[in-house]
Design a protein around this ligand. Sequence first.
Ligand code: GLU
Length: 339
Amino acid sequence: MPNTLHVDYDLMTHDESEKIIREAMEKARQVIPEGKVADYIPELGKADPNKLGICIYPLQGEKITMGDYQTRFTIQSISKIISLCVALEIFGAKKIFEKVEAEPSGEAFNSLVELDLNSNKPYNPLINSGALAIAGMLIEEVSFHDMLRFSRELCSDHDIELNRKVYESEMSTCSRNRAIAYLLESKNIIESDVEDALKFYTKMCSLDVTAEGLSNFANLLANDGVGNITKKRYLASDTVRILKTLMLTCGMYDGSGTYALEVGIPTKSGVGGGLMAVSDKRAGIGVFGPSLDPRGNSIAGCRLLKEISRKLRLSLFFDSTYLGASRIDYSLNQRTGEE
Ligand code: GLU
């Protein structure tokens, strides 16, 4: 197997890719002071804002790892992908989208305005209201321990545990999520026990993961749900398609549009500083950088992904087909001067 990052039009060596990533890390570090760590969950406020790590796991070739890629941090909103993934496998898409829409919300991740004013359903499963609705469905079928086991399997990381300190810290400050959950109950979206759904949701957010584990999960999604090494199918192709589509359109909250334009890789962020990015058919990427931008996305992580997406051509919308073609004179550039 060639020692390359798999971009089918480019036989860039592992060393060349590593150099590009090292330079991107340096650029990304410079924006760390412009962000700040989340502190609305008090325990998250203790994170070191200067941490930054990445693991890129290509479908072909070796992993590229840098910085704090093995540091543990809480998964937070990236767990919404795991919960949705399990829910899709158990209930199927039809049942899920009877409860939750699949539209970008344009509001903050923990908003309840659009839920109360504009719609009776949460906008999508990747914001808090949508994920709480999914939690309400899941608790009737699976235990938290089952979810822990699935999470370990999906991330190929058997050391994932519940971070009790973060869980308790969030449970003691989660009035807003509790309000959303009761609003969902009033609209018959949550039909199970509301407090149990809230605890389940918060426990899922408090799983301790690493950037490397997220890259393993992302690699599985980049490979249509089939294990890169085992060649075993873990997830239905349709589940994977839905996850990637929602990550692209809704994964970065109300910053999803600009992010799609600048990075073009389906990604999910979490306020613990994690990013999980799926460069389809190319690589799974996990990033950790707890200093956040005002929308709650890792500020250095987004910068890092923007840099490497361009340089390694990892965006979904880069196409290799005409890469070698000489520049074409598009007729759009030609003006005749006629009226
Ligand atoms: N546990 C967090 C919350 O519900 C997750 C938010 C996030 O990561 O964006 O507020």
